[in-house]
Write a protein of this length. Structure first.
Length: 342
């Protein structure tokens, strides 16, 4: 390494990124978590300019005039719109690294475990075009296990369920690798869509995406909750086309969420079926970790514990578990070398 390369290294930045379907989070060595914003971009289609990114752009969803398009460039945990994703990454990186850049940042990005080679290449290319000098990828369940301080390099089974916006990832990790796993593209977004579908079928009412998400957060549950509130939900009457308000209970939304919850439970059960007996014994003793925003659905941990007969633990900060693990892998690449998949 030349003197000039060493000098640039002093000014370079390492960034860990959770490039999620619902939210994007960034971490740097010096400042910790510096970005936690929705993965949404608003574009002026006439000028082809980005006018808002993140939380500001999310307010545009379902409210834009013809000249503005609000885009969620990530779908099911992978890139659906390459150009918009590049713009979004560039924007978030520029928020983290202000002023003169003497060297391009290196990045560690977490991705779903079921990602294809083409999808991996899209993530790497978009980060490179956004200004990264080098990119390493780590699978989300491995990152979640590392972030939750599980002993991933010990010879015992660690089971993780990470429910994000686009994918639910189940993995049994032992000796630094995934012994059994399952990835399904059913998670928080699918729950929002299930609420919208239920409201159309039962109440003949159209709900916006943001409203459906708020209803899920306020009323959604996997098992009956005590003192659950009723909620007046506003939308559009499908028959008359006029504004409409209906009273919705937690029972309605629990019924709406039954199908996506069953898919996630099915992924857990299939992973348990594929797990070797010695690791199954470890999991029975130690239980399963849940992480990701979708894992915060009320009573979901209780429901999965009941159906699997396992002890189920919700991480202390499930929204940031994956990013914390990605950041730890970034700051100690030597220890976590086997976690990188490229």
């Amino acid at each position: 390494m030349t003197f000039f390369q060493r000098l640039l290294g002093l000014f370079s930045h390492d960034i860990a990124m959770d490039l999620g379907t619902a939210n994007t989070l960034l971490y740097t060595r010096t400042h910790g978590i510096v970005v936690n914003e929705p993965s949404v971009v608003a574009i002026d289609v006439l000028k082809n300019d980005v006018i808002a990114v993140g939380a500001n752009a999310k307010q545009f969803l379902g409210r834009t005039p013809r000249r503005i398009r609000a885009v969620r460039p990530m779908k099911d945990g992978v890139i659906a719109d390459f150009d918009v994703t590049r713009e979004m990454i560039s924007y978030f990186v520029s928020k983290v690294i202000s002023g003169l850049r003497l060297a391009k940042p290196s990045m560690v990005i977490c991705v779903p475990s079921g990602i294809t080679q083409v999808e991996k290449r899209a993530v790497i290319d978009s980060a490179t075009m956004a200004g990264a000098s080098s990119i390493l990828l780590v699978e989300e369940p491995m990152a979640a296990a590392i972030g939750a301080d599980l002993p991933v390099y010990d010879p015992l089974g660690n089971m993780v369920l990470d429910i994000g916006g686009g994918t639910s990832e189940v993995a049994v990790i032992s000796l630094g690798g995934v012994a059994a796993g399952q990835s399904v593209r059913v998670a928080g977004d699918a729950m929002n869509a299930a609420v919208q579908r239920y409201m159309r079928d039962v109440f003949r009412m159209e709900l916006g995406e943001n409203t459906a998400e708020n209803v899920k957060i306020l009323l959604g549950s996997a098992v009956p909750q005590s003192n659950a509130p009723c909620l007046e939900v506003s939308g559009k009457d499908m028959v008359q086309g006029t504004p409409k308000v209906v009273r919705v209970t937690d029972g309605h939304i629990r019924e709406a969420l039954r199908e996506p919850i069953q898919v996630i439970l099915g992924a857990v059960l299939q992973t348990l079926e594929k797990t070797p007996p010695e690791l199954s014994a470890d999991i029975f003793r130690n239980g399963m970790l849940m992480a990701g925003g979708g894992s915060m659905l009320k009573g979901l941990d209780q429901y999965i514990a009941r159906e699997t007969q396992l002890k189920v633990f919700l991480d202390k900060e499930p929204l940031t578990t994956v990013l914390r693990g990605t950041a730890r892998a970034m700051t100690d690449k030597k220890t976590y070398f086997s976690a990188f998949i490229n």
